[in-house]
Design a protein around this ligand. Sequence first.
Ligand code: ADP
Ligand code: MG
Length: 616
Amino acid sequence: MGKISIDFRTGSIKSRNEKIVGIDLGTTNSLIAYIENNHAKIIPIGKNAKGMIPSVIYFNENNEYIIGEEAKDKMILHPESSLYSIKRLMGKTYEEVKDQAQFLMYPLEKNHSTELVKFKIQQHAFSAVELSSFILKEIKKQAESYLNCEIQKAVITVPAYFSDSQRQATRDAGMLAGLEVLRIINEPTAASMAYGIGLNPQDSKQVMVYDFGGGTFDVSVLRIENGIFEVLSTQGDNFLGGDDIDTGIANYWINQNRIPLPDGKSNELRVLAEKAKVHLLTNNSCTFNFGELELTLDKGQLNAIAEPLVNRTISCCIEALKNSHLNTNDIDEIILVGGSSRLALVKEKLQATFHRPINDFLNPDEVVAIGAAIQADILSGNRTDLLLLDITPLSLGIETIGGLMDTIIPRNSKIPLQLARNYTTSRDGQKHLKISVYQGERELVLDNIKLAEFILKDLPPMAAGLPKIEVKFSIDADGILSVTAKELRSGKQQTLEVKSPHKLNEQEIARRLKDSATFAEADANKRAIIELQNEGNYILDNARKFIKQNTAHLSEHEIKEIHSAMDEIVLSLQSGDKRIMEQAIDHFNRSTATIAHRIMDIQLKKSLGGSSIDNI
Ligand code: ADP
Ligand code: MG
């Protein structure tokens, strides 16, 4: 039980029980949900407690704004003062969206290409982050009044393809609205969770999430294994949604009735078109009055209008499946999300194309918010049986001698987690050790992304190979990586927090994975060469030491023989040729084996084992 406090203004008792909510901040509509007694509930915000509010903001001439259904109504007569589809411009610069500006009915501010785009309303300009924060604030306010408690923490959903800056923008919007955003999660992940998929860590499934909303279409193929939701591929169309069907219906009526359309009437007609579309879910035909005219629409006409649009969504699905490298039969189920997925035609076409079970048991408007609430519940610790998992998109590791990448946390590891590896020095008396942290799949660090670097200082002087340095990577539940290096013999240690290992967007991650596959063979070759060079140098160092320490016991002939084998290694290292280096090392080992049998054997064996970090 949480704390109870009394609100002195109203005299009412307020439960301070902490509620963590899930929010679907949609392009068209936004919803908020929470978990009560193990049941997900949509909070009945919006007009007539509908449970969703249109993501629309209307500004009056005094720059006061209203949000939701009332703002959407204003759009009919004041399209220039009603901002909608704000999400499309989230985290984007003017340069990135200027081509889309023509589709919007309100002006954008032409600003510097590196700045985030702003929406112009009268004399003011607002960023998508600010506007989204207004919507979130409104949702929060309405939900708080319904729950009669404060809402401070939330999980917010975003499309799977959102870039890092778009995710950050969403986080910032939450913060501006006075929310602590515990996590940003992918909409298809949330939808799958709403269907209970992945909640049991033993679950192993592959699903296609079909999300047809108001202005956008997204499809994602997910693999869910060990409680990890991996997005295998996403596809979509940012300009394909229910709005296009409305426009299609409006145009059909215009053509049918030869309606002369005065300015401003087209919006009104579109609103009517949407009503007709929704009405046809449960009726075969409908009729509306529009001035003098009687407008009708039946199911067959709706299907004819929607068909080309639905066909485009199906093409995206085929493409997404192809990119996921799965076959149709690998998909366990198709999950329907978004208001427009209610169209009967959607189910028909999906069924005919993929022949897979279609899961539309839940309300497609609500699944994303419900999944977000489930995630929030897990985060609040109410489901102790579940560990919330996220994964590392790329491997994390450090640079070892010769510029090689040594992976400590492999890609796709579940977080939170902690992994350590031991290293040693490569030179006698080495005092400092540089730890360079990298992210990526390539064998050489120069092809990966450098995240951080620090120096473990003042190591006690020891012979090369003697210090035991543990490098530990820990990633907490928020994805923050800390790296600790500790010399185990002396206890010297240093820790560094690396801000975000998830700096990349999905495309960049995909490109890097592709590169690592493309260059796999060349990279393996480079690594082998560097490893041989490291080994050769290690042998040379040890041989010199060996001669120095054992001069008294070695004959002149033996010393000569060792020197000649060393010279051969030196030459082979200069050649940089893998085969020549291998031969030289092999020859050295064989020709010195009898001489150094007892003493050398131990040290040479070591040289073949652990990798060491370069001296600085
Ligand atoms: P978003 O995710 O973009 O915020 P939603 O998932 O809320 O969007 O979907 C909104 C769209 O769903 C609107 O275009 C609306 O007209 C459409 N829609 C709602 N109900 C129906 C229905 N019964 N048939 C067809 N489309 C519908
Ligand atoms: Mg949506």
